[in-house]
Design a protein around this ligand. Structure first.
Ligand SMILES: C[S@@+](CC[C@H](N)C(=O)[O-])C[C@H]1O[C@@H](n2cnc3c(N)ncnc32)[C@H](O)[C@@H]1O
Length: 203
């Protein structure tokens, strides 16, 4: 029932340190692709000013429930089903959307759905925060990320390490402005964007 991811144990500390810089305000955080639920309980316990809403496909909810029950976070909300390809989403308004190691798993249409959904539901100045490996134009593709990309594509040709420029263009198209692209251990990145303030029109 309680699934365990060694990768989550390795990366949760460095990601938490970066979340502290990226998500400075209070409010609701929608996590998409929460996986085992390990990150959700850890981040909720260490960021008590935030309400943490974990979500994933239905098959992952039992493990997310088990981790939540074993933890001690009053600000961790009941796990909900959110499939990027299904409407409606269980949350319609949030201060932040967090998506860890999922953009390279879902087909590109799923990535488009993530950015479109975040662009719609984020508050003005809300944050979309992603973690994972990326490929950059004009920079060598790190051998570990290249092997990982080949492995992903051999299992599912629609998955794969995404191009930063394509992802950033998608963000801009949905009203999200790049705040920071930070190097993380093991050739991963934390990247976050802020929803642009709506300029009021008096016409
Ligand atoms: C590599 S795992 C990452 C899980 C977790 N964030 C972590 O870092 O361990 C990718 C996650 O994406 C989820 N996922 C796959 N397709 C999805 C979809 N269509 N909508 C939402 N989540 C999806 C999977 O269920 C899985 O939990």
């Amino acid at each position: 029932m309680k699934q365990f991811s060694p990768a989550c144990e390795r990366n949760k500390g460095p990601i938490l340190a970066t979340l502290r810089d990226a998500l400075s305000t209070s409010g609701l955080v929608l996590e998409i692709g929460s996986g085992t639920g390990q990150h959700a309980v850890f981040f909720a316990e260490h960021l008590p000013q935030l309400q943490w809403q974990p979500t994933d496909l239905a098959e992952n909810l039992p493990s997310m429930h088990a981790w939540a029950a074993a933890g001690d976070a009053a600000n961790l909300l009941e796990p909900r089903v959110l499939d990027l390809f299904s409407d409606p989403w269980p949350v319609t308004q949030a201060q932040a959307v967090v998506c860890i190691n999922t953009i390279h798993i879902v087909p590109w249409v799923g990535v488009e759905r993530l950015f479109a959904g975040a662009g719609q539901l984020l508050d003005s100045t809300g944050i979309l925060f992603v973690y994972g490996p990326y490929r950059y134009a004009g920079r060598p593709f790190e051998p570990t990320n290249k092997r990982f990309d080949q492995c992903l594509r051999s299992r599912d040709p629609e998955s794969g390490v995404r191009d930063f420029d394509a992802v950033n263009a998608l963000a801009r198209a949905h009203g999200l402005q790049l705040v920071e692209d930070r190097a993380m251990p093991a050739n991963n990145r934390c990247i976050w964007w802020m929803k642009k303030k709506q300029v009021a029109s008096n016409k």
